[in-house]
Ligand binder design. Structure first.
Ligand code: ATP
Ligand code: PAF
Length: 285
């Protein structure tokens, strides 16, 4: 445990940027130790994400885009670091729509609290704590490790650094578009019966890893969403429209959201938000 002198830190208001992360396909792998639990799967880190700042406070609080909210992954993170802070999260992305906002907020809290309170943790330690806090909150299984890495992460083994294993698909700067039709409770899905979903996720990851490319990630993600029975009518309609216009699209897990490669959604007649693949990963800024 850090001494009070140590916890005062020096930097007034460190800030972290954490890319959003869209999982295209995944399987669920529970374990008693939250650092060992997680998902296998694949997805994209986005240049749209969350910016996090922390300030010492008597009570831990979380503000999301100016509103006080409950976000267990973040408060759990503060608990684990044994600090009390007011956390401010500004998000480019909607919450609960498949962009890993809570994982990003937890990881951003880890990076900024480490700096602000001079905790002396390494990057792997901070990613581990954020992963564990997110898993325990029930709001994600694989976003944190992928957000830390950036790029197009292939999550071969579940869990935090030291347990999980990641690789990635190398990409040039790549435009990504997305539309969101609504939210979806991640907790309800990953806390429910995940047998069919996990079988579909294992199949899709094996197929992708046979010859991993970005278009194939989209194709395997579409197969996963259909096999796992996760598609909703607006999502299916948007994916079909992009495919008919010659593009690549997939559903973002776990939200009512569609992402497309390049200008796929625009060409299909939608008015999407536009970003890029983030190839740097979570960082202090
Ligand atoms: N306005 C809000 N709508 C939904 N959740 C909110 C809101 N404000 C705070 N939260 C909290 O944010 C967290 C959202 O987690 P959830 O996993 O559903 O979404 P996410 O982190 O964006 O990830 P994903 O959609 O990729 O699974 C929950 O802890 C929830 O309590
Ligand atoms: C469970 C999940 C799809 C929620 O965004 C994600 O955390 C993942 O891929 O493990």
């Amino acid at each position: 445990m850090a001494s009070p002198e140590r916890r005062r830190g020096s930097n007034a208001e460190p800030q972290a940027f954490v890319p959003g992360h869209v999982t295209g396909l995944f399987s669920v792998h529970p374990a008693d130790d939250p650092r060992k639990a997680g998902s296998r799967g694949a997805g994209l880190a986005l240049s749209a994400g969350v910016t996090v700042t922390v300030a010492p406070a008597d009570e831990p609080t979380v503000e999301l885009d100016g509103e006080t909210v409950g976000m267990e992954a973040v408060t759990g993170m503060l608990d684990r670091l044994d600090v009390s802070a007011a956390v401010r999260v500004e998000s480019d992305l909607p919450v609960s729509a498949g962009f890993g906002v809570s994982g990003g907020a937890a990881l951003g809290t880890a990076l900024t609290a480490n700096e602000r309170f001079d905790l002396g943790h390494t990057e792997n330690e901070l990613v581990s704590v954020a992963h564990a806090a997110e898993v325990e909150a029930g709001t994600g299984l694989g976003d944190v490790v992928a957000q830390a890495r950036g790029g197009v992460a292939l999550r071969y083994e579940p869990g935090a650094p030291g347990y999980g294993e990641l690789d990635g698909i190398s990409t040039p700067p790549t435009r990504i578009e997305y539309v969101s039709f609504g939210g979806r409770s991640t907790g309800e899905i990953i806390g429910g019966d995940v047998e069919t979903l996990t079988q579909a996720g294992e199949r899709a990851l094996a197929e992708l890893c046979d010859a991993p490319t970005l278009p194939k990630l989209f194709a395997c993600s579409r197969a996963f969403a259909a096999d796992a029975d996760l598609l909703t009518p607006p999502v299916e309609q948007a994916i079909d429209a992009v495919r008919e216009a010659g593009g690549e699209a997939a559903m973002a897990m776990l939200g009512e959201t569609v992402i497309a490669l390049g200008d796929g959604l625009t060409r299909a007649g939608y008015e999407p938000a536009i970003c890029e693949i983030d190839r740097a990963g979570a960082r202090l800024v």
